[in-house]
Design a protein around this ligand. Structure first.
Ligand code: 13P
Length: 250
């Protein structure tokens, strides 16, 4: 049975000091629960200061981005192995902001996923269509392309998490309806079945929804069978709000 996973993508918010305060407050608001998992994706410079606080707690740590080489002359980049050393067990790949602002292609995502998995870290691949692609009925094609190309070098025996984040719902206050999200998640699971060589393997993979998730809209979505949790941006910056989302009655 898939556990529910609640993930906080802080993006470029909460430096080391604010991150420490957040984690202290957040840990006071949640209790361990066998059916749930939490992960925080802080800015990489915040990782080392919050790791000692989260260590041994139910909250895991992740990187927001990485490079696809282990080391070398790549100024400004961070490798999966370095993240692992700082306590990260997840790394986000292909967030729409990385794709749109930094020009990351599916091919780059595939190389990152390969190295992340080889380092024993769980990649969380972000996929999702733009408003224009949805209007032109291209959602399925976009998901197929992003998954098939992004997972080209993925070994299905290694862990994987997917975040469905329709670009038009990110930071806009426009949230997908639960039916829209469930439909996309079902499609993603079908494609994963083809890539991973069977529906059984696909059934083990958590698929999170992301895009303007708030305590008020998360509850209804959680009731849908293929929505396994959330990747939360803005609402994850306040401990109480993220804790409310992460403790929705199941
Ligand atoms: P918002 O929750 O702020 O819309 O951001 C979603 C997101 O991009 C999470 O990765």
């Amino acid at each position: 049975m898939r556990k529910k996973l609640f993930a906080a993508n802080w993006k470029m918010n909460l430096g080391p000091k604010e991150g420490v305060q957040f984690c202290r407050d957040f840990l006071n608001l949640i209790s361990p629960d066998a059916q749930r998992e939490w992960v925080i994706f802080p800015p990489s410079i915040t990782l080392s200061s919050i790791y000692p606080i989260l260590k041994g707690s139910p909250v895991k740590l992740g990187g927001q981005n990485c490079y696809f080489e282990e080391k070398g002359a790549f100024t400004g980049e961070i490798s999966p192995g370095m993240y692992r050393e700082c306590g990260a067990t997840y790394i986000l790949v292909g967030h729409s902001e990385r794709r749109q602002i930094f020009g990351e292609s599916d091919q780059i995502c595939s190389r990152k996923i390969k190295l992340i998995s080889e380092n024993g870290i769980i990649p969380m691949l972000c996929v999702g269509e733009t408003q224009m692609e949805r209007d032109e009925n291209q959602t399925q094609d976009v998901l197929k392309r992003q998954l098939n190309e992004g997972l080209r070098f993925w070994n299905p025996s290694t862990p994987l998490t997917i975040a469905y984040e329709p670009v038009w719902a990110i930071g806009t206050g426009k949230v997908a309806t639960p039916n829209m999200a469930e439909e996309a998640h079902l499609e993603i699971r079908k494609i994963l079945g083809q890539i991973a060589g069977g529906a059984n393997r696909a059934a083990e993979i958590q698929i999170l929804y992301g895009g303007s998730v708030k305590p008020e809209n998360s509850r209804e979505m959680m009731a849908f069978p293929n929505i396994d949790g959330f990747l939360v941006g803005g609402a994850s910056l306040v401990p109480k709000t993220f804790a409310q989302i992460g403790q929705i009655p199941l």
